[in-house]
Design a protein around this ligand. Structure first.
Ligand SMILES: [Zn+2]
Length: 631
């Protein structure tokens, strides 16, 4: 049932809840100045870097970069969704959550959604009965039996059978007065080419109902019993089924994932089923798609460790490369510091011996050997290094190719510490100087991130902190690992906006955000301006409103500092920032004109433009000197 929690209630609950109380239930906190410190529950550490600010009602871990408000803490700690966390806190603080009356639009949407879920559930029962009944289901049952699948598994996963014929399911629903239009929306029937009626999508297939985490049937997969094609047929995307967000088996896997803190990700329905039947219940499958950021987000709610299981090196390599992109994309929320904690990187690639998929492996060799193989599975990057060495060998030519293969994946790792550890590992294994590899990686990284402009903007002008005379965001001297995105100038402006709200009107007036290079920081800046919250816990409130966990962490990190901001220093910082942004823009325009003049062979214009550029460069040099000297 979709439930809407009114905005005011969320605020009321947030105001009533105290983050120190809530965190204290899970973490032993000690007071340290204004804040409380403890050992982080989200990564293993010996010295406390998990910080809770009662003033700001937020937490931030300087070790792993996790941060957020009281809701995010509960979500992460207990594996709850946002509405669940709101409810838990509401109950605890005695605040009732009424269900808001829905608009007709919302009602229609919800009722369509619920109708489709209901149709899917009834179709599941229909197929399941057909499999268990005698007669036509017999063949399908003996097929499953031949593959070693028990009756208990059939019932647990509600497997079914779609009989041969064009309209068994259609008739079943028409008899129950379900409209064909709605059936079509469920994807279970298709309109005939001549538009004269409908027919069943799934025929002569074993049916695998696909559930979401709250055990609703969102779609189906169907497998043939013989060698005909397509071997597998899936529901199309519908209002309730999105394959990029669905994982087969999640409804039965999630509890085990939580208790094991790990999840196996396989590729097929029968792989999931075989592993579950062998007691390896923390297993899910993607549905005809690579692992998406949405999948990763969902799984990190249930498990810290992920093992991706493949039946060949090639599939493993392809997926490992895609995963790196998925995990390290800027907009993806992922506990990336955790992935690369040296001792146990927590995303692994398991490639089974040739000729095996998880299904055949576990039936032939048993669950113990499977788990043993999984325990030895390398982390993503180590896996790629192994594969490249296997493929190219360690002769000189081979080493050159290995570096070529690996430079892009290495460059994609945003976490500098992790990156440098892997560069080191590769250098050691190849017997090459680290610097040589690092240079290649840096080249790729620079190229990839289009950072040239941002670097140019600040080249030679010294650190922005010197310009403004402001202190480092974190005065304890600990570096903020999370906050490596964007350049320091932009980060500092966001920190200022979070900690010193008096400056917000000026940020708006000067259109400061227009000059931001980093889109995430820019987005966060926009949120801060837009939200215009005037209350003591505006930072925590802001966190409830941003749309990704990464932004939440970023806000936590940048808000945590306690600097003494003053209007004059802040205005100066903004002024300089805008000025250099404008200059960069002017220079871009000038460069365009120069290129055009070159192309048109207009020598006179070209000379004029080049001299303008020269003057501009001299001016900016002089300004830099001035800034540095009046520091
Ligand atoms: Zn931590």
């Amino acid at each position: 049932m979709a439930v809407f929690i009114p905005e005011e209630k969320i605020s009321e609950i947030k105001n009533a809840a105290d983050i120190v109380d809530i965190v204290s239930e899970a973490v032993l906190l000690k007071k340290a100045g204004k804040n409380h410190l403890g050992l982080c529950p989200f990564h293993s550490e010996k010295t406390p870097s998990f910080t809770v600010s009662p003033d700001k009602q937020i937490f931030y871990c300087f070790g792993c970069g996790t941060g957020g408000n009281v809701f995010s803490f509960l979500m992460k700690q207990e594996g709850l969704t946002f509405p669940e966390a709101v409810r838990v806190l509401g109950k605890r603080y005695g605040i009732d959550i009424p269900e808001r009356p829905l608009s007709p639009e919302q009602k229609k949407k919800i009722s369509e959604r619920e109708s489709l879920l209901d149709i899917n559930r009834r179709a599941m029962e229909f197929y399941h009965q057909a499999l268990n009944a005698g007669g036509p289901g017999q063949g399908a049952r003996s097929y499953l039996k031949k593959r070693g699948i028990s009756q208990k598994t059939i019932d647990d996963f509600k497997l079914g059978y779609a009989r041969d014929g064009w309209d068994h399911l259609l008739k079943f629903f028409l008899n129950q007065r379900v409209s064909p239009a709605l059936l079509e929306k469920s994807g279970l029937v298709l309109p005939k080419k001549n538009k004269n009626g409908y027919y069943d999508r799934f025929r002569s297939r074993i049916m695998f109902p696909i559930f979401d985490a709250s055990v609703q049937v969102v779609g189906f997969g169907g497998r043939v019993l013989d060698d005909s094609l397509p071997k597998y047929l899936n529901s199309p995307e519908t209002v309730v089924y999105n394959k990029r967000r669905s994982l087969y088996g999640i409804q039965r896997a999630k509890d085990k994932c939580r208790s094991a803190d790990s999840v196996f990700i396989v590729e097929g329905y029968l792989d999931v089923i075989a592993l579950h039947q062998h007691g390896i219940e923390n297993t899910v499958a993607t549905l005809g798609t690579a692992l998406t950021p949405d999948h990763v987000r969902m799984l990190t709610r249930f498990a810290g460790n992920m093992v991706l299981v493949y039946d060949s090196d090639e599939a493993g390599i392809r997926s490992a490369r895609r995963c790196i992109d998925t995990f390290w994309q800027e907009h993806v929320d992922f506990r990336r510091q955790d992935v690369f904690r040296e001792e146990n990187a927590d995303t692994h690639i398991l490639v089974l011996p040739a000729g095996h998929d998880p299904d055949s492996f576990v039936f032939e060799k048993g669950s113990e050997l499977f788990l043993k193989a999984a325990a030895g599975a390398p982390g993503i990057i180590t896996f790629l290094i192994n594969c490249a060495i296997d493929k190219h060998g360690l002769a000189t030519e081979g080493k050159v190719r290995i570096i070529k293969d690996l430079q892009a994946p290495l460059a994609a790792i945003n976490d500098r510490v992790a990156q440098s550890l892997y560069v080191q590992q590769l250098a050691e294994r190849l017997g090459i100087a680290e610097n040589a590899i690092r240079e290649r990686v840096n080249e790729v990284a620079a190229h990839k991130e289009h950072r040239a402009a941002a670097n140019e903007r600040f080249a030679g002008s010294g650190e922005p902190a010197h310009i403004s005379g402001l202190r480092e965001p974190d005065s304890t001297g600990r570096r903020m690992q999370m906050v490596d995105i964007g350049n320091r100038f932009e980060r500092q402006i966001i920190a200022m906006m979070l900690q010193f709200s008096d400056i917000l009107p000026e940020v708006d007036n000067l259109k400061v955000l227009n000059y931001f290079e980093n889109t995430i920081l820019k987005d966060v800046g926009k949120y801060i301006l837009k939200s215009n919250i005037d209350s003591a816990d505006r930072i925590s409130e802001l966190m409830s409103r941003v749309d990704s966990d990464q932004k939440r962490k970023l806000i936590a990190a940048l808000a945590m500092g306690d600097e003494s901001w003053n209007m004059k220093g802040c205005l100066r910082l903004l002024g300089k920032f805008v000025e250099s942004g404008q200059k960069l823009r002017d220079r871009g325009v000038l460069d365009e004109q120069i290129r055009a003049a070159e192309k048109n062979n207009d020598h006179e214009l070209l000379l004029k433009l080049l001299s303008q550029k020269q003057k501009m460069a001299e001016r900016s040099e002089k300004q830099k000197m001035a800034i540095l000297s009046d520091k």
